[in-house]
Design a protein around this ligand. Sequence first.
Ligand SMILES: Nc1nc2c(ncn2[C@@H]2O[C@H](COP(=O)(O)OP(=O)(O)OP(=O)(O)O)[C@@H](O)[C@H]2O)c(=O)[nH]1
Ligand SMILES: [Mg+2]
Length: 444
Amino acid sequence: MLTIQFGQCGNQLGHELFSKVSSDLESLNTGIPYEANYEYAENTIEKWFDGMTEHGRHVARAILVDTEEKVVSKVCKDANTSWTYRTSNVVCQSGGGCANNWAYGYKINSQRLSNTMLNVTRQEIEKLDRSQGFLLLLSSAGGTGSGVGSRMVEILREEYETKAIVAVIVLPFTFGEVCTQNYNTILTLAEFSDRADVSVLFENQQMHAMSTSLLKNVNTMLYDINSIISENLLAALQPINDARYNMNFLISKIAAHPNFRFATIKSTPHIPVTSLQYEPTHKWDVYIRHLKQTLRISKSQVELTNAQLKTPNPILGKTVSHMYSPCVSNILVTRGKSIENDAVILEDLQKRHLYPEWIMLESFTHLHQQRKFLNRDKFLALITNNSEIHRPLDIYLDKAWNSYKFAAFLHQYKQFGLEEDDFLEAFAKVENIVQEYKSLKSGN
Ligand SMILES: Nc1nc2c(ncn2[C@@H]2O[C@H](COP(=O)(O)OP(=O)(O)OP(=O)(O)O)[C@@H](O)[C@H]2O)c(=O)[nH]1
Ligand SMILES: [Mg+2]
């Protein structure tokens, strides 16, 4: 797998992701025999790293793209890790960034960078096994990740028609950030919806809430948010018991339908460091029921019941019926030991009422790995492609449209060659996606 990190967010998130891979690799408490762990480690290394430095540090299989040097040089210089980046894979034209302007990134800076980006990519791709694809990391709100990232996903799709492209897109806080973030987000989502096989969305707001309420971290920083996102991603991407598991498999199970190519990841348990030793490990079914609760919507349909912010509860009623978001597909990944009187029972997530009637494909997949993930006895991730995806998209669509109606900030985009039609096309595309997701109806 080749990871490409764009802009400040992409590069910081990528750095945390590789650091977590490395901790997972080095963790001693694996719960499985030496040989099995050896295989897990080999798979992990092949997926994320490409050789070692002369000092014995793994080299990340990654390309770093930015339009200002600050962040990339910081993450490259980090000497506290047992892995490092290949500095020749840094694609950066030092300038002042893209000023939170998608058009500046897409039209201007990407032109400056595209030849180098493509050359470095070709070199890396030559070393990869055919079945592996791209993992792109970026935020939708700034100018580089969103604009240069959007141009790059177009180039990659042209150049590598059949390779898997998984994009991880971080959505901004809905208040207090820059005013162009809503346009940038819509323009980015529109581009990625056509080119990436699946875009995995994470909302900074949600992740921030998880960090403050669940992990009791009152001074939550971007780093803490990256830590949660990385755990979600790795719980999905680290090797599972089946060695054939790769990105193509993942895409075929989560985003097989061309109209529904977005997903998000929920995971459990998240425990504050201070109470780690007191927290009991529950049976699998407790966690699985908890994950199912994250798909709940309240009766009024206005608000998603945010079960992600609660801890799993063993006495949670099994019989109460709730309303759940209709799901196109779900993949459950369970990591940890499954024994006879504590088997992984899937019934809860296989219920017909979770999936629309017209969905004939297998809409639920379960993957398991006995090895402990990051030293935890049990860790579960639910990769879900469901109707609720429309909610964040709708929010940015609304905000962007409200600015567009008054032609607010449009001159900033027009000066770099973006036309009104480009905006309208992006609005229409995202509106369409929202409508498709909204119109999903559960079966009985
Ligand atoms: N989760 C997370 N969000 C980040 C991080 N850094 C920035 N963001 C978010 O990303 C958005 C800003 O985008 P950046 O990634 O800083 O922008 P960029 O791609 O570097 O583009 P320019 O700076 O405009 O050239 C805001 O919504 C920030 O909240 C990070 O490390 N983690
Ligand atoms: Mg930047």
